[in-house]
Unconditional design. Structure first.
Length: 212
């Protein structure tokens, strides 16, 4: 079982309801502390709320945006949701992979702006649903659901291997946090498994039809 960081296609990565100043790169492949990673608060009316749910994408980011070896486990850096506690990450891979486990951790206790009540709690995972939105994430059957606790945060969480074969994209949806506070904070997200899986178009099509 290997860390699948190198197989993530960062050019296609999207995040819904994420603060730009505390973007998804902080959790997946972190920027250097000197280049950012801290930021301010939220609060918005309905129009601003809808605007902030527009997807963040790294497709226009320069090559230097993600350093070759960023401080991935730097507890001072974290990703944070924007308008409410929900956070959706659409993670594509540059080849089909098999996922066997994941790890979600919160920010370090001494990180500026860290809130223990903002730790992720209810997580839903969806395989090969690159256009998934919040409405579908709440209503459709998930590939697997995970309930995080203080004991499992940062630990390896096994996935049901039979459901995570031929994965070309993974949607990680955080619906609630530990304290019911306004935003959710993710310090580090790691995906584990193996690469080189066969790309099964029929299986992906079936998964899409079942989720429709």
């Amino acid at each position: 079982m290997a860390d699948l960081l190198e197989f993530i296609d960062f050019r296609g990565l999207e995040a819904l309801n994420v603060k730009p100043e505390r973007g998804v790169e902080n959790a997946l492949k972190q920027v250097n502390p000197e280049r950012g990673g801290t930021g301010g608060g939220g609060g918005a009316d309905a129009a601003a709320r809808a605007e902030r749910r527009a997807p963040f994408t790294t497709s226009s980011a320069p090559d230097s945006f993600f350093p070759p070896q960023g401080p991935r486990d730097d507890a001072r850096l974290f990703t944070e949701s924007d308008c409410d506690e929900q956070l959706l990450l659409n993670i594509p891979f540059n080849q089909a992979v098999r996922l066997t486990g994941l790890s979600l951790a919160g920010p370090g206790a001494d990180a500026a702006g860290a809130d223990p009540g903002a730790l992720p709690r209810q997580v839903r995972l969806f395989v090969n649903r690159p256009s998934l939105g919040f409405a579908e994430a709440e209503a459709d059957p998930a590939t697997q659901e995970v309930e995080l606790t203080l004991d499992t945060l940062g630990s390896l969480i096994p996935l049901k291997a039979a459901r995570f074969k031929g994965v070309t994209s993974l949607a990680v949806v955080i619906l609630t946090n530990a304290g019911g506070v306004d935003t959710t904070q993710v310090g580090c997200l790691k995906l584990f498994g193996s690469a080189g899986e066969t790309f099964d178009v029929s299986a992906i099509k079936k998964a899409g039809e079942e989720g429709a």
